[in-house]
Structure formats: structure tokens, C-alpha cells
Design a protein around this ligand. Structure first.
Ligand SMILES: [Zn+2]
Length: 450
């Protein structure tokens, strides 16, 4: 675009004389100011009292480098949330706005008139970066007006969604779910002790943990409920649904369908998601890591203590517990399956008391981990649980841990798969099975512990 065209565009948008704008632009460009920056500074110059408002920006072209913008768009969602800001409780509204070019998240710090479906013109919205993306901040410098000419956008108004589609940062979401698990908890909240509900929601697409900060009576085990105005935060590496005092919860007169199975993935696929609340992988146990078997936990914080020392609480009298950290590899990648007290007892074939006795007899508590090693290393297991991935690796907090060769259904399925392969290869079932059992050679298991 020639300077003349830029001047023309700017002048008409700002409602000022073209020659004047062109003169200013020429001066700025002479001083090597990039054209976009030059235009921005003229928008500021003429926008403030120069008559006329800054021209509306397309949502897709807003970047975190912008300071203030004017936009026109359709309100897709409006979520309400209470936050504590500089010592005060503040109710904010947040959601998504759309135009023809795309969508953008917003947070409104004042009680603007925002309703899903409305086309609005927002003048003087601040831009801030939130989770790497630009977000609009509507505050005391902002004006919001309803636009009578509705904008037609390709996005659905309202926050209707499913559990599998949720991501941390989503607000104003609406869901139909079944309450799969729920328990009441007392937490030390910002206003003293507070009762909350926490548990697991399920729908036909999956399962996710939830917290209800203002317990709703409709949320009881097995109930199907419709929830509006919930928001999503990350909790222990996975999305968590947050229900608040501003959410509406209604009992549904139909049962929400759920899928009791967890999605099955290869270890590589699972690790690539960077965190899943409920997933199932199948692989060979390559090794049982240090810190498995009979261990001691700090009575204060539950951390594993080493040589009587807790990292936070120093010298403590550790309490016995059982745990397994097993490296599971399916040929695509590996992860550490972490088994708690109950699953470890099953694998070990005895509880904490039995483990203590064995350790006493041998005068070495490592005998428990050795025993578990002998039982599971080199065998194939199906592991289901919550996956979290961080800089130290991938951990699968197991809710189920079953040997594939002990499970008749799994074995049958394995044989059928093998038979399919054998038919195609013209080989026999035995050939295929022994090939699979041999595996393709495992990498060096990582060592080290927390
Ligand atoms: Zn501790």
C-alpha cells in the first residue's frame, strides 16, 4: 500500500483531513518509524479529542503488542466469577467474543451489559496477554454499546460443550453431565473453613474432575445435571470443571449417557497430550524404580521420607506405606505407572503389615520391592489412570493395573488380534505370539527418584 493509500484509509477512519494525516505520516516515516507504528501513533493522536473514534479492529488481527482497541463482535459466552482483588471480592464477567475473522477472550471488570448473542461495539478495550494469547480487558476506560445491526458469525452462541472439548481457561461453559463421584470436603478457604464438593463428572465423551465451590444440592452421586456458567482451570495437569455461586445447576429428567471405558492410547500418543484425567495404556514393565515397595511418608505432608528426613519438615517419624513406581513401555515410549497402597497390596499379595513382617525377617525393607520386581518385571500390563507430564517425565497415577496375560478377555482379544495377523502372514498363532513376546528390545530405563 502506498503512503497516499494509508493516509486515505486513516483519514476516513479517523474522520480527519487527509492532507494533514499524510503530512504527519510522511514525517514519521522519514524518521524510520515503521508504517504500522506510525499509523498507530496517529490513531492515538487523532483518536484522543481529534474527533472520531479509532477504527474497529478485526479480532484476528489483535496482538499482544496492542495497547487499546475498538472492536465489534458477537458475545458468544458470558461467565460470572468472583475473585479476590487487592483484598476485595470482585465479581467479574468473562467469556468469548466473535467476529467474521475469529474469536477472542475477554474479561470485564465492570458490570457492562453483556448477553450471549448480542452484537456489541466495544471502544477502548485494553489488550493483555493471557496464556500466550491476546485477551480483551474491559474496564473503566471502556464503553460497551449494543449494535442494532447484528453481525453474522460462524460460531455457536452459548457455551454448550462436552467434557472432552474442555481446556483450561474456558469460561461460561454449559454441560450436561452425570455425577460419577462426589464427596464433601472442608477446606481452609479465604474466608475460613468452607464446605465444597469435589468429584468426577462423566458424559459420552469422557470424564473430568470437578469442584463445586458453592455446593449445589442437585450434584449428588449418579444424578444427571445440566450446568451453566462453569469455568475450567488446570488442576494437577488436567482440566478441572469449576462450579461456582454464579453457576446454575438443574437436575435433568433424562440420564446422561456415559462411557465407562477410558480412551486407549499408545504411550507416545498419551504423553503427547501432556496430561489426561483418564486414559488406558498397555505395555511391558521394564523396571521397578527406587522408592517402591515398603516406604515411609511424612505424617505432615505425605511426602516420601528418605533416611527419616522430609524435604519440608526435616526429621520426622515416617509412617509406613506401600507404593510401586513401574516403568511401562509399549514400544512407542515409556512412562512411570504409580500404584498406591491398594493396587500395590494386590501386586505384592499382602498389605502393609505383611510387608513390615517380611522386612523385619530379612532385616531389609528392600525385600518388598524385590518381591514386586520379580512378580511384574517383564510382563505386560494394562494400566488405567490419570496421566501428568512434566519436565521430569510422564507419570500415570493408576486406578487399574491388570496383567494382560491374567485377564481372560484381554487374552482372548490378544489371541484374536494375533490370529488376524497370522492369517494375513500365513503363519501360525504360536509364531505370532512368540514374536510379540520377544518385543523389539527396550531402551535403558531411567533411574532416579524424587
Ligand atoms: Zn513433610
Amino acid at each position: 500500500m502506498a503512503l497516499d493509500d494509508h493516509a486515505e484509509e486513516l483519514a476516513s477512519a479517523l474522520g480527519v483531513d487527509k492532507e494533514e494525516v499524510k503530512g504527519d505520516l510522511e514525517k514519521l516515516v522519514e524518521y524510520s518509524v515503521p508504517i504500522d507504528e506510525a499509523k498507530d501513533s496517529l490513531r492515538r493522536k487523532y483518536g484522543d479529542g481529534g474527533g472520531g473514534e479509532p477504527s474497529a479492529r478485526e479480532l484476528a488481527e489483535i496482538s499482544t503488542a496492542d495497547s487499546a482497541v475498538t472492536v465489534r463482535g458477537v458475545v458468544l459466552t458470558v461467565g460470572k466469577r468472583s475473585i479476590r482483588y487487592q483484598g476485595d471480592d470482585l465479581v467479574i464477567r468473562e467469556g468469548e467474543l466473535a467476529d467474521e475473522s475469529g474469536t477472542i477472550a475477554y474479561t470485564a471488570w465492570e458490570a457492562f451489559d453483556l448477553s450471549p448473542g448480542d452484537t456489541v461495539e466495544i471502544v477502548g478495550a485494553g489488550v493483555r496477554e493471557w496464556e500466550g494469547n491476546p485477551e480483551l480487558n474491559l474496564g473503566s476506560e471502556t464503553t460497551v454499546g449494543i449494535d442494532d445491526e447484528p453481525l453474522d458469525v460462524a460460531y455457536e452462541v452459548g457455551g454448550d460443550t462436552h467434557l472432552s472439548a474442555l481446556a483450561p481457561g474456558d469460561r461460561g461453559v454449559a454441560l450436561d453431565v452425570q455425577v460419577a463421584e462426589v464427596e464433601q470436603k472442608t477446606i481452609d478457604g479465604r474466608d475460613g473453613e468452607t464446605e465444597i464438593l469435589s468429584g468426577v463428572f462423566a458424559d459420552e465423551t469422557g470424564r473430568l474432575p470437578f469442584t463445586d465451590w458453592d455446593p449445589h444440592g442437585e450434584i449428588e452421586e449418579g444424578a444427571s445435571v445440566g450446568i451453566e456458567n462453569a469455568y475450567v482451570r488446570e488442576f494437577r495437569g488436567v482440566p478441572s470443571v469449576n462450579v461456582s455461586e454464579f453457576s446454575t445447576v438443574n437436575a435433568l429428567d433424562r440420564a446422561v449417557e456415559t462411557d465407562d471405558g477410558a480412551p486407549r492410547m499408545s504411550v507416545r500418543e498419551a504423553v503427547a497430550t501432556e496430561g489426561l484425567f483418564d486414559v488406558e495404556v498397555t505395555g511391558n514393565v521394564l523396571a521397578v524404580r527406587d522408592g517402591s515397595g515398603l516406604i515411609q511418608r511424612c505424617p505432615e505432608c505425605g511426602r516420601v521420607v528418605q533416611k527419616g528426613q522430609c524435604r519440608s519438615h526435616g526429621d520426622v517419624d515416617g509412617e509406613d506405606d506401600l507404593r510401586v513406581k513401574a516403568i511401562v513401555d509399549d514400544g512407542t515410549d515409556s512412562l512411570t505407572a504409580v500404584l498406591g497402597t491398594d493396587l500395590t497390596s494386590e501386586v505384592y499379595g499382602g498389605g502393609i503389615e505383611a510387608a513390615r513382617e517380611a522386612a523385619r525377617d530379612a532385616m531389609d525393607q528392600e525385600v518388598v520391592a524385590d518381591d514386586i520386581r520379580e512378580t511384574i518385571v517383564g510382563r505386560e500390563f494394562r494400566v488405567r489412570g490419570t496421566l501428568s507430564v512434566d519436565d521430569y517425565g510422564a507419570n500415570l497415577e493408576a486406578t487399574e493395573f491388570a496383567a494382560v496375560d491374567d485377564d481372560p478377555t484381554e487374552r482372548a482379544r490378544g489371541l484374536l488380534d494375533a490370529a488376524d495377523g497370522a492369517a494375513a502372514d500365513g503363519g501360525t498363532i504360536d509364531d505370532v505370539s512368540s514374536d510379540e513376546a520377544a518385543g523389539d528390545g527396550a531402551g535403558e530405563p531411567q533411574r532416579g527418584d524424587e
